[in-house]
Design a protein around this ligand. Sequence first.
Ligand SMILES: Nc1nc2c(ncn2[C@@H]2O[C@H](COP(=O)(O)OP(=O)(O)OP(=O)(O)O)[C@@H](O)[C@H]2O)c(=O)[nH]1
Ligand SMILES: [Mg+2]
Length: 431
Amino acid sequence: MQKKKEKAFLIGVHWKSEDKALTNESMKELQNLAATAEVEIISEFIQSLEKPKTATYIGTGKLTEIKNKAKKSDVHTLIFNNNLSPSQSRNISDITHCNVVDRTELILDIFARHARTKQAKLQVELAQLEYAYTKLKRKWKHLSRIQGGIGFRGPGETQIEVDRREIQKKMTALKAKLQNIETISRTKRKHRKNILSLALVGYTNAGKSTLFNLLTKEKRYTANKLFATLDAKTRAFFIAKNQRLIITDTIGFIRKLPHRLVKSFHSTLLEVLEADLLLHVVDISQPNLFELIAAVNDVLEEIAVDEKNVLMVFNKIDRIEGVHFKFIKKKLMLEYPDHVFISAKTGDGLERLQQKISTFIQRSKIKIQLEIPFKLPKLLAFVHENAEILQQENHEQKQIYKIKANIDRQLLSTVKKQIEEFKLRERINEI
Ligand SMILES: Nc1nc2c(ncn2[C@@H]2O[C@H](COP(=O)(O)OP(=O)(O)OP(=O)(O)O)[C@@H](O)[C@H]2O)c(=O)[nH]1
Ligand SMILES: [Mg+2]
């Protein structure tokens, strides 16, 4: 038998200074989030306000109306499209006799459902505790029968009445565990330091994992759900002969993500921090795509990756009509000089994308002259393997190979370091 869905009302605010379309888009996103959390939406309420009410976020008149309707429809959960302060949640709950869930708590509930790997589970647990820490919840007697609903799943269930110190102790332990995982993945990354790395970033559901699968021929889970991916996965792939790269698929972003929550996903986002090139995947069929791009850029800024090379990947071109596509294409091309249009589903544009990545690789290479000592044959082999050799002369007298090559900047520093170290050793031996 299918488990009965939790019934809920969605509640949003239309800020009078903002466009109504923006509120509608945001409410649609809340519907998607609620659907992903397997909630049955019974009704939706939107109140127009200039600013939030300090005590109850929305007006008390509206809350009384909601209370009466909730009673009639046997609804016990109210999902707010905004983040509420602890006292606001408490006051709303007092008036309506309902379980109050804010936007972040709903997202965290989805995270708890979707976390599969150990790392993702630990990060979700940390995120839940971080949020609970700032927002300790009281359990309400009249709500005891609806326990286990949104905001009370997973670790949220046990922490409700635990005091702040206990939570802090737990958070420290979780951070230590995550740190261990980070150390392991850092060692792995060190081994790959010489390979150029890409990371997929973008709004949730933009098609990052679908593109990852297309490029790497992997079978990563993709779904028309928000936050289908919560962990990071890195794979090597070839873009052309001799052009081996690594690419990381990771968690998607969303609007109004609290700072602390982003911080909890630090381990997963490390790959993004260290990538040479970001592919910012955008669902071109979304009417508000500029806003979604801005939301992603905000999060990138928050995790301090705003200085990176970014290639805009406009995905899902199969989903938009010819005339509209032409119009939007023009606008995007003007706004983002580094871009490509693709469909990760049909494969349309894949070659264009590969070409763009190749160009980036070429651009990141520089032409240099190197003097590799005869005594370092391994280094010579390494350079041959990883750089484009333009010329090589052997100087018997000086005991060096003189090489002209196009080489990746990162590689160059590794090679130079080895030559310097060799020279230093020689000098020490001489003394
Ligand atoms: N029509 C169409 N659908 C696509 C395309 N790319 C991805 N999708 C669909 O969009 C949905 C989301 O794709 P994912 O690859 O899971 O998206 P994601 O960016 O990894 O999402 P999260 O991991 O949830 O952040 C899936 O249902 C895909 O089948 C495309 O080019 N065209
Ligand atoms: Mg994904």
